[in-house]
Design a protein around this ligand. Structure first.
Ligand code: NI
Length: 189
């Protein structure tokens, strides 16, 4: 397994729609394992393939005791509304309040290539919607009001110089470093 570099805002792949997976191969299982390792190193709760420079329709989530790799995930049921302050591993130190469905049911293929369903509320629901957005080239910024988006982009202007190649290379120790904004790590998706 390997920790992969994370693409940051400005990398074109974050705006591209991903490609459906036709078969869950060993290579894709290895990619999912690397994505889990990368997500954990970054103290995130979700990570989508474009965030590691890949165009497959794949994301991983880990919220509480739920841990799953999802190939070709789609939301098949939604219920209610929730507002959550989201961050993104690809837009470090930038946060914004987003309205999402409070509860979702997702259908996907698992690591064994078989279909399964996953239901989530609160953070897991937010995470699933955020990651599936990534697979469609969407970012949480797109859900912010005009003023909040402008504020978030201004904050990012200060941050982006830390990532000259639009890549975030994680180092051992990043996991335990407190975020300077004081936000909890579990808000990064
Ligand atoms: Ni994200």
């Amino acid at each position: 397994m390997a920790v992969l570099p994370i693409t940051v805002l400005g990398a074109p792949i974050l705006r591209q729609v991903t490609t459906e997976v036709t078969e869950v191969t060993d290579e894709l299982r290895a990619l999912a394992a690397d994505m889990f390792e990368t997500m954990r190193m970054a103290s995130g709760v979700g990570l989508a393939a474009p965030q590691v420079g890949r165009s497959e329709r794949l994301c991983v989530v880990e919220v509480g005791d739920v841990s799953a790799a999802l190939f070709n995930p789609e939301i098949i049921e939604r219920e209610g509304k929730i507002k959550w302050e989201e961050g993104c591993l690809s837009i470090p130190e930038v946060f914004g309040w987003v309205e999402r469905s409070a509860k979702v049911k997702v259908r996907a293929l698992g690591l064994d290539g078989q279909p399964f369903e996953l239901e989530g509320s609160e953070l897991l629901a937010v995470c699933l919607q955020h990651e599936i957005d990534h697979l469609d080239g969407k970012l949480f910024l797109d859900h912010l009001s005009f003023l909040n988006r402008r504020r978030a982009l201004a904050e990012w202007e200060e941050e982006r110089e830390k990532y000259p190649n639009l890549l975030r290379v994680l180092k051992p120790g990043d996991r335990d470093e407190p975020s300077k904004s004081g936000h909890a790590a579990e808000e990064a998706l």
